[in-house]
Design a protein around this ligand. Structure first.
Ligand SMILES: Nc1ncnc2c1ncn2[C@@H]1O[C@H](COP(=O)(O)OP(=O)(O)OP(=O)(O)O)[C@@H](O)[C@H]1O
Ligand SMILES: [Mg+2]
Length: 92
C-alpha cells in the first residue's frame, strides 16, 4: 500500500484539484484508491459526489467511529469524507 498526502498551509495552490486528478486517474489505471479528505471545507468530498452528514474523517480522527463505518463506495474510488466539524472554529 502506498500513501500519498497532499498538504500545504497556503490556500489556493491546487491541493484539491491535484487530489481529484490523482484519485480518478489512479482508479482508472486499476489502483484501489481510498481518498481521505481532512479539510474542513470538504471541497474534495463534494466534488467527488460524497454524501453529506455521514460518518467522516472527523469521527475517525477523534476515535468516535471505526474506520469501516466511514468509507463511502463511489463509482471510481472509496472516500472518507470531511465536514466542518474539522474546523477549530466549529462548535462541537
Ligand atoms: N494546473 C492548474 N493550472 C491553473 N489553475 C489551476 C490548476 N490547478 C488548479 N487550478 C485552479 O486553482 C484554484 C485553486 O485550486 P484548488 O481549489 O485545487 O486549491 P486548494 O489548494 O485546494 O485551495 P484551498 O486552500 O482553498 O483548499 C482553482 O480555481 C483551480 O481551478
Ligand atoms: Mg482545497
Amino acid at each position: 500500500m502506498q500513501v500519498i498526502s497532499l498538504v500545504n498551509k497556503k490556500g489556493g495552490v491546487a491541493k484539491t484539484t491535484t487530489a481529484l486528478a490523482l484519485a480518478s486517474g489512479l482508479s482508472k489505471h486499476n489502483f484501489h484508491v481510498l481518498a481521505i479528505d481532512c479539510d474542513a471545507q470538504a471541497n474534495f468530498s463534494t466534488a467527488s459526489g460524497g454524501e453529506d452528514d455521514v460518518v467522516g474523517s472527523f469521527d475517525i480522527l477523534t476515535g468516535k467511529k471505526n474506520i469501516n463505518e466511514a468509507i463511502q463506495e463511489l463509482p471510481l474510488y472509496h472516500l472518507i469524507g470531511a465536514d466542518k466539524r474539522l474546523s477549530s472554529r466549529h462548535e462541537h
